[in-house]
Design a protein around this ligand. Structure first.
Ligand code: BES
Ligand code: MN
Ligand code: ZN
Length: 507
């Protein structure tokens, strides 16, 4: 999809559809006012007659535009002016593109950067517009024999009122497109069924990204033999009951001027199907455990965004992938395994498998002497109980890193919430027979899972994102969301700016 930025007058803009945001109260925004002047007060009349309610997220198609070169108008309700924050803006933009993606038009022009959002500039708005257009146009139809036609929208022109905003909007749209494409890649990997998307499939996906990167991305795939030789017995213990071999997938992107600069490391949980293993899950809704690789999917999506944007940072992306199945050879409750770090773990529940693959990946990350490590995992059902489906759970051994991630989540509008990782919780992992147990009982399940990981993340600033509640939707809208690709990409882009700032200060 293309996102040209223009400072043209909306009244003179030829387009199949002109998108106009409208508040419930107060004056019309600049573009809407111009349209109104040129069309015998069309918009004011529609509002006064009660034919358009500007409630937040309401959209109304006007199939003609008297006196205007646009073929149609799409009015988008913004709700109350005083309540127009990031969340309201994103809701209105998403509603507009959900509608546009249903229409049989190939282009539209939007005046959405007009909408005043406190503390957010035209670049931020352009980013959200491009990202939203791509998310709305996404369809997962590869297993339908007669798929509905794909959305035809191919070009969204951003009409800017202030000429000064052109550069910011152009850059914002470029980033938004990269993130939107990254989100959609993560959604596709998440939506693929477990019989297609296996650990080997994810390894092939890494190789595909590398081969299409013109040398910007390199990969290394560790197979079971290599993992055995390395001593990653914890990762291997999870896939022991599966016919599908496990993989540790490593992708490297060196964008910094100094190739030796410490990289930021992402680690994704890639359980391509989680039956629970011998601690078998109940049958109802078990199909959704194909989404248990959504942490890994978000790592792939973020790598794709980074490859499109090419920030000057070094990045290592690691995916720890296995299928968790019950079998005669599967790990059993009570089994004791030896991790790559050397700590022994008593596996009291084979369904707490995510932490078992992640702990070896976190130890593997030490070799890169990382500037930061962020793992992303659909780790605990308890995260859904604590935070529902809106916030990603965040735990960290470093408050600065936690704040950077919270801030990135606010900017990307892909928010996380900080939970405590206090020492008091650690004793829930005490084991009578090994160095630690892999479960900490029912209280604070998300925190004790974080505690488990923290025992392995001792050599660098580290944070854990539990996306169990945010990585996919259930019910009639069942499907992967692509979260937290937005948060992660923003976090990495901010690290580039941070570097630039410190270099300037040092000069
Ligand atoms: N993948 C699940 C977590 C999960 C469950 C995410 C449901 C989203 C929805 C994870 O591997 C798991 O099974 N965790 C257990 C941990 C427990 C055994 C300590 C859980 O949350 O029940
Ligand atoms: Mn599990
Ligand atoms: Zn799992």
């Amino acid at each position: 999809m293309e996102f040209p930025v223009k400072t043209a007058n909306p009244v003179k803009t030829e387009t199949p559809c002109l998108v106009i945001p409208v508040f419930k109260d107060g004056d019309l925004l600049p573009a809407a006012a111009k349209i109104d002047d040129a069309s015998e007060c069309l918009i004011q009349q529609l509002i006064e007659r009660g034919d358009f309610n500007a409630k937040l997220g309401n959209v109304q198609m006007i199939p003609f535009a008297p006196g205007l070169p646009a073929d149609r108008l799409l009015l988008v309700g913004l709700g109350e002016r005083a309540k127009c924050q990031e969340g309201a803006f994103c809701k209105a933009v998403d509603a507009a593109f959900a509608h546009l993606a249903q229409m049989s038009i190939d282009a539209a022009a939007v005046t959405l950067t007009d909408v005043p959002v406190p503390d957010r500039d035209a670049g931020w708005k352009a980013h959200k517009i491009a990202e939203s257009a791509l998310r709305a146009s996404y369809r997962f139809t590869q297993f339908k024999s007669e798929p509905a036609p794909a959305p035809s929208l191919a070009e969204v022109t951003l009409l800017i009122s202030e000429g000064d905003d052109t550069d910011a909007a152009t850059l914002g749209a470029r980033h938004g497109r990269a993130v939107g494409d990254g989100i959609n890649l993560a959604r596709t990997l998440g939506n693929l069924p477990g019989n297609v998307c296996t650990p080997r499939y994810l390894a092939a996906e890494a190789e595909r990204l590398a081969s299409e990167s013109a040398g910007a991305l390199t990969t290394e795939i560790l197979d079971e033999e290599a993992l055995e030789a390395l001593g990653a017995h914890s990762l291997l213990s999870v896939g022991r009951g599966s016919e599908e071999p496990s993989r540790l997938i490593v992708m490297r992107y060196n964008g910094a001027d100094d190739a030796n600069e410490s990289p930021h490391v992402l680690v994704g949980k890639g359980i391509t199907f989680d039956t629970g293993g011998i601690s078998l899950k109940p049958g109802a809704g078990m199909d959704e455990m194909k989404f248990d690789m959504c942490g890994a999917a978000s790592v792939f999506g973020t790598v794709a965004s980074v490859l499109a944007i090419k920030p000057k940072i070094n990045l290592v992306a690691i995916v720890a992938s296995a299928e968790n199945m019950p079998d005669g050879r599967a790990t059993k409750p009570g089994d004791i395994i030896q991790t790559l770090k050397g700590l022994s773990v008593e596996v009291l529940n084979t369904d707490a498998e995510g932490r078992l693959v992640l702990c070896d990946a976190l130890t593997y990350a030490e070799r890169f002497t990382p500037a930061s490590v962020v793992d992303i995992a659909t780790l605990t059902g308890a995260a859904i109980i604590a935070l529902g489906h809106h916030a990603t759970g965040l735990l960290s051994n470093d408050d600065d890193l936690a704040l950077d991630l919270l801030d990135a989540g606010e900017t990307a509008w892909d928010r996380a919430w900080h939970l405590p990782l206090w020492d008091e919780y650690q004793e829930q992992l005490d084991s009578n027979f090994a160095d630690l147990a892999n479960i900490g009982g029912r209280p604070a399940g998300t925190i004790t899972a974080g505690c488990f990981l923290s025992r392995f993340a001792t050599q660098y600033p580290w944070a854990h994102l539990d996306v169990a509640g945010t990585a996919w939707n259930s019910g009639s809208q069942k499907g992967a969301t692509g979260r937290p690709v937005g948060l992660l990409t923003r976090y990495l882009l901010d690290r580039e700016d941070e570097l630039r700032d410190t270099t300037i200060e040092g000069e």
